[in-house]
Design a protein around this ligand. Sequence first.
Ligand SMILES: [Zn+2]
Length: 693
Amino acid sequence: MNPSLGRTLLFALAPVFPFCACRAEKTIPANTPVPKVRVNYGRPFESRARPALIPLPPGAVEPEGWLRDWCLAAKEGYTGHMDEVDPAFCQAWASDYKMTGDKLYWPNGGWPYEGGGYWFDGLARLGYAMHDDSLINQAKTRLDVIITNMNANSILFLWWLNKNNPEDIKASEGKNYGEPEWPIWASGLLGRALAGYYAGSGDQRALRTLESAYSNGTGWATMEGWGIANIWPAYQAYLWTGNKNIEQALTEFFGKSGDEKQRHSNQRYRRLPSDKPGAEEADHGVHFCESTAAWSLGYLWTGKREFLEAALGWYRLVERECMQPHGVPVFDESYGPTGAFRGTETCDVAAYIWSQTLLLSISGEGQMADRIERAFFNAGPATVTRDFKTQHVYFQTPNRMADKSLPAYDQCTFQPKHGPLCCTAALNRIVPNYVMHMWMATYDNGLAAVQYGPCQMSALAGDGVRVRINCRTDYPFNESIEMTVKPEKKASFPLLLRIPDWCRKPALSVNGTTIKATPDARGFVRIHRKWKKGDTVRLQFPMSVQVANGTDKNLNPVAPYGTVSYGPLLFALAIPDTRDANTPDPAASWNYALNVAGGNADTGITVERGTMPARWDWPLESPLKLRADAVSFDWKPAPNAALPTAPVAATGEATKITLIPYGCTKFRVSMFPVTERAFRPPEPTRTEPAGSK
Ligand SMILES: [Zn+2]
């Protein structure tokens, strides 16, 4: 069956119900659906509060243009061929690889369970996004092993374990391991993959498997550590089935307070972080992203907004203290202060984008989409070689020069795989999760363009009318987006368009008539009209060069730096990788300080545009380049001296340096030393660094 047709049937047949969060909190039990008005993509059962935006099933958004090229590279590279990367990916959730006892813990052999969950998640979603039967069948074949073997005694998706066997329970909970609940965590990732596969396929067997895993035993809901990964798939299983056991378990999870001082506890994410310097101990990045995301669902489940506020507060903290210019915080592996040599784990690029996507859906705040675009367009491509096939990094750093003595050099090198294999697997989630969430649905049967890029979108709007929207653009490598709206018949519905926060003078027209592009408080413009075939929406997001300053607080004294952005893209001085992604051009010069006018002054940085290449692979020969004033100086960075600790004297040779998008570089400087002219100290932050490694 054509995947998009299957999807249509699935969601058209699903009963849908309205809901009012403010009324429902006190009067309507969580699982009491009240049939009234059809909601496209509404779920048969709902929690007390509704998300602001409803994610579309994978496959509703199909990549085009440069984004399709990148998806194809993923298909032809890692995502379509993980079995060839390491035997662990052949073993992942395979019928002949059934670890028990201590072997369920990752250093003892359980590694494929986490890796499989991550990989299948990316594999299924990429398959549906590209409408590619070979990828879909690959995902189906692997997930079918779990689907066909699950039974009433299984422990989550670990179908060969028996919930009545104390030894199996003990092994799955893994309380003696360094990371307790690890097998249960890996099960949660498999649950996420299965939920994505079900949303794309409508395969009822997959839904029964999800329901069975989360209703036959509910020990997952009493866990306070890494077991948190199960909350999102369990919540999805409830929305689709209304299962009473799952309902009770989620109510128990969100209702009880645990001990947040316990190792790997997720409990502190139910509250706002303290602003007191040093009050909050740094956490592992993946644990941070997964825990905050899951607790934000506490708002939807209970109707208590403080859960959402808490999650938003934690992200404000890392945004303020730990954000790297490429769009993902320092997570190496814990979060820590922004720094030129501080690393960000590839797992966290995937986890951060996923957590912001969930927050975007729940809150409806366009700010989250700004964060997602910044992370996806910059940190995303820096994780992997241009072919998406041969090598990837474990950590990326804003500055990566030639010197092998620089910190974490091995983990910052491109390798076919890294030990542990987490990043090799999580890499596959980055691209499809961006593509499938570019558009979302609204509860008043509208469609919202939340993240931009070339794509074809096909979804129901208005009174269940299928609408196709073709987005022609090279965004973010240019500023204009043209959308052609093609409803099957004339249809009245709201179209929401996100206005990026960095864009000062957006322009918008429908069929040539200018419409005011002033965003609402959430960052969206809303056009409600009767749409007909061929209606054309034109968006223009003029970009301007932004020079931002900050200090690398890992150094003593702190070191000033400057970064250069243009729209959502971070720009860097590339040190060409001439032979491979680990061999910098020895003749390249990179010892420069930025010498542009800082602050709000005209930076004097000029923009050069070329044509997009025939096939996009994040090339050094970028279609977009900036030319900026710099001075050379004697710069010898060291592990504990990433940047000069004071502005550089502008006495060296003045020159123009060429900058390209950060994502097109493998060696680079993106956190630049600065001259006095280029440095305008930022406002002091309210707190000291949130944590260090
Ligand atoms: Zn990793």
